[in-house]
Design a protein. Structure first.
Length: 339
């Protein structure tokens, strides 16, 4: 056997692997609490197909109610369907930069959680309006408006993805990590509130399960923040403030109402959305009113703000819901929040 091959000397250890690379294999654990969270993720795993979707009988609802409920789930899927690729990218990135093992494994578990959430969106839509996004034929102008709105949301989702997709070149890991926080916090409350308001056990169960996952994701972001807070530079902190505002901007499409910045939407978009949400709420889906959503955001914000204060990070101004704070400049390339 050759003793050497070009620069390789087989009598010695192999050369250092140039990073970023997923190799060498590493199982470092800096924070055992992260492993406890991964254990929780495995324990709390659930299967959307065992939820009793058949008990959702389309005959119990009129056509507008079915369209409006499919609308809400399709709107939610703008976020849930992006979850698997968004977190898969985070997972690959953390492998490449050799984050501690439970961080990598937590991201892997979140990819699967998001698949489950998206599956619920798909199953609910298919029950109400089979093949809602592909092949369902609108019968009325109400139906057409619903589909048109959803297509505009996805158009904007594609713009978000372009920003997120390149975020890993432009930002360090802690910054990207911080952008998940606000959304996870608000989503955890929103879904848990919706599960209480919902009038159908199938929706209640799906929403309760999603809420449990979101609260675990939230716990993950807290531990992540604790791990990175001392390493943040002043410049990083400014970007985190911007990211918190971006989180509000992007996720408000489902968690509140879309703010002016970022979203490119037809002028009657919000009227159509309010109508859809109102009808879906009356049909028993558990969609929160604007006042209840504002309350949800405010509670989420107070909690996140308290933690930001501890780390000397400014909270952004969110005038839409009456929160004063630091003015931030909008930058479309930095859209990378999710839940
Ligand atoms: Fe999700
Ligand atoms: Fe999440």
């Amino acid at each position: 056997m050759a003793k050497s091959d070009g620069d390789l000397d087989y009598s010695k250890d192999p050369p250092e692997i140039e990073l970023p690379n997923i190799y060498p294999v590493e199982w470092t654990v800096d924070n055992p609490k992260l492993y406890e969270l991964f254990e929780r993720a495995k324990r709390e795993a659930w299967n959307p197909s065992v939820i009793n979707w058949d008990s959702l009988d389309p005959k119990d609802y009129d056509d507008d109610q079915k369209t409006a409920m499919a609308y809400w789930w399709a709107l939610l899927s703008n976020f849930e369907n992006s979850g698997p690729p968004v977190f898969a990218k985070a997972m690959i990135h953390t492998f490449e930069i050799h984050e501690q093992d439970p961080v990598k494994k937590m991201f892997a578990s979140i990819v699967m959680d998001e698949c489950r959430h998206d599956e619920c969106c798909m199953r609910a839509c298919n029950k109400m309006c089979p093949y809602f996004l592909q092949g369902w034929k609108p019968k009325t102008s109400f139906d057409e408006a619903a589909l048109r709105n959803i297509r505009w949301v996805y158009y904007n989702g594609a713009r978000y993805w372009r920003g997120y997709n390149t975020a890993y070149i432009r930002h360090s890991w802690p910054i990207i990590f911080s952008s998940f926080m606000l959304g996870e916090r608000c989503a955890a409350t929103l879904f848990s509130e919706m599960s209480k308001h919902s009038k159908h056990p199938t929706f209640t169960e799906a929403l309760k399960n999603i809420a449990r996952d979101e609260s675990r994701h939230l716990a993950f972001t807290w531990l992540g923040l604790e791990g990175i807070a001392s390493k943040l530079t002043e410049e990083d902190k400014k970007t985190v403030t911007k990211q918190l505002r971006a989180g509000f901007t992007f996720l408000s499409m489902i968690l509140y109402e879309p703010p002016k910045e970022f979203w490119k939407l037809p002028p009657d978009f919000i009227d159509v959305q309010r109508k859809m949400e109102g009808i879906a709420r009356d049909a028993g889906l558990g969609v929160l009113s604007l006042e209840e959503k504002t309350e949800c955001w405010k509670n989420a914000i107070l909690e996140v703000k308290r933690r930001m204060d501890d780390f000397g990070i400014d909270f952004p101004a969110l005038p839409e819901i009456g929160i004063s704070g630091k003015e931030t400049e909008f930058d479309e390339d930095s859209m990378m929040p999710t839940f």
